[in-house]
Every structure is written in C-alpha cells, then in structure tokens.
Design a protein around this ligand. Structure first.
Ligand code: GLU
Length: 300
C-alpha cells in the first residue's frame, strides 16, 4: 500500500514538472571542451582544501530529493534532475570544476529524504545536502551549514472545501501529514500538541493522503506548499507563518581536517551568486511559476 501510494505520489510530482517546467531540461549547456581548455579554465584551490580533493576526484556528490517540487525532481522521462535546489548544486559544481561543459558531468546525484539528510553527511555518502534543509541549533550539533540560501516559513494546506482549519491551532484532534525527519512535523506538534501526525517520505505522498482523506491537512514550508497547490487546484494554503525556515547547504563537520575551507567557499560562492544575479534567475525560473513573486536574494 505504501509502495502504491508512493508511485501515485511520484506521478503527481511528475505532473508538476510537465506543468511548471514545460518539460524542458535544466542541465545547462552540454558541450565538449578539450582537456587543455578545461585545465586552463578550472578554478585553482590550495591542496589542503576540500574543494581541491573534489576536483581531483572529479565528482561532487549532491544529496537532494527525487520528488520535492519546486526544489528538486528527478524527471523519469529523461532522468534529468530539475528544480531550484538541483540548479544550486550545478552552480556549486561550476564553481569547483569551471564553467566549461555540462555541470552534470561533474555531479553524482544522491537521492535523500528529510530523514536521511544528516546520515548521508555523517556516513560520508554525500558532499553537500541541498534539500529544503532548515538551519537550526539541533542540526548544527551534528553537521555544518552554509549561510542562508533560501528563506520561507511553515503554513498549512487543506482541501478547498475545508472551512474548519484556518490556523495551526485548528489542527487539534485532526491528522496532518508531514515528511518524516522534518522540522514541519516538530513545529506543528509544538504549536498544537493535540494534532495527530501522519509521517510519510515526501510531500507529494502527503498531498495524496490529503486527497484520499487519510489526512485533514498537509503542513510544511510555504514554498513547498505552493508546488502542491499548483498540482491540485482543489486545495488551498491557509494560516499565517508559524515558523521561520531558513535553508542552508548541509555539509559534514570538518573533523580530521577533511572539509577544510568548504563552508567559507560555499558562503563566498553564495554571496557572488546573489550579487551577479544568478540567484534571482534561478528564483524566477523555478519558484516564480508557483509563487507568482520575484526575488533577487534569499531575504529580499
Ligand atoms: N525545511 C524543513 C526541514 O528542513 C521542511 C522541509 C523538508 O522536510 O525538506 O525539515
């Protein structure tokens, strides 16, 4: 049953892709370049840094989710990863390997869910987690984060016909769906301890649970809910923000000097991507189609 629900939910994520992205690829420029040209345009790093070791390995392992629109979706028709978070991964790959060629040739995509994000880093299965990952004190005890690259807050999705649930307090005695291992679950439980949680491994799966009546509401970050409402116009977003959700790029802590210079590198890259307009272009490409607004910076 769970597998079935997941398959249908995945179909919903794909429907999103067809609607919002027009099925177009987002892989950057596929091109060929001579080894000499590649070497000439490749950024230079000190040998003791993590960026140098990634360059030598030839791959950046980017952990993200297969079905988390509008941030990351693996399109089954062409196996291409699409969305805001995936393009952030491509920009970081370009900052490490240079801008020549297809950035995907330097990326190994590592599928994660909310619950597997931290273990993927601590078990050294991914170099970066870029997956709607809220920075908080609890998580900072286990891993490091970049500066904030996206900012949102938590709200609630219900069926359009529902006029009972208006704010988080109204979830008392009701079932809400959130992703296992997310702050979304914790925030509702903290604000309304009488709410019942249905924990699944993706938000499209939660949308399906709402449609099928297993949940009265879905609650998570507003921008993720924008993606769900786009998939199902018979739903609506209600209530005020009841949390702040600043996203960071997650990385393993620099134990044994195995991540030297990486947080500083990511923060320098991010500041430049905001300043040169790259961030705003990615927002317009992936978020504007569901949010309707435009931004040029995470807090702008
Ligand atoms: N931003 C929240 C979190 O990091 C919810 C989104 C998610 O689960 O990916 O837990």
């Amino acid at each position: 049953m769970r597998g079935m629900a997941r398959a249908v939910a995945f179909g919903l994520a794909i429907a999103f892709l067809a609607g919002a992205c027009g099925g177009a690829g987002t892989g950057g420029t596929a091109g060929t370049s001579s080894p000499a040209a590649s070497a000439a345009t490749r950024p230079k790093f000190e040998v003791q840094t993590f960026m140098y070791s990634i360059q030598v390995k030839g791959k950046l392992r980017v952990g993200t989710q297969e079905d988390n629109p509008p941030f990351s979706v693996k399109n089954p028709t062409n196996s291409k990863w699409e969305g805001f978070d995936t393009d952030i991964g491509r920009e970081i790959a370009k900052a490490i390997f240079g801008t020549q060629g297809d950035p995907d040739s330097f990326i190994e995509w590592v599928p994660v869910t909310s619950a597997t994000r931290i273990p993927s880093l601590t078990d050294n299965k991914a170099d970066v987690i870029i997956k709607t990952f809220t920075i908080n004190e609890d998580r900072k005890k286990q891993i490091d984060f970049s500066d904030v690259y996206f900012s949102t807050g938590q709200r609630i999705l219900v069926k359009k016909t529902n006029d009972q649930i208006k704010e988080v307090v109204d979830l008392g005695g009701k079932t809400f769906c959130a992703q296992r291992g997310s702050t979304s679950e914790q925030n509702v439980t903290k604000a309304q301890p009488a709410a019942k949680a249905l924990l699944l491994d993706s938000y499209p799966a939660c949308l399906l649970a709402l449609q099928q009546g297993q949940a009265d509401a879905v609650s998570t970050d507003e921008t993720i809910l924008f993606g769900l409402v786009k998939q199902d116009p018979n739903t609506k977003i209600v209530g005020k923000y009841f949390s702040d959700e600043p996203y960071g790029i997650g990385i393993k802590k620099n134990e044994n000097s195995d991540r030297n210079g990486f947080v500083a590198f990511l923060n320098t890259w991010l500041a430049a991507a905001i300043k040169d307009g790259t961030w705003g272009k990615l927002y317009e490409k992936h978020i504007t189609p569901v949010s309707g607004d435009k931004k040029t910076a995470p807090k702008g």
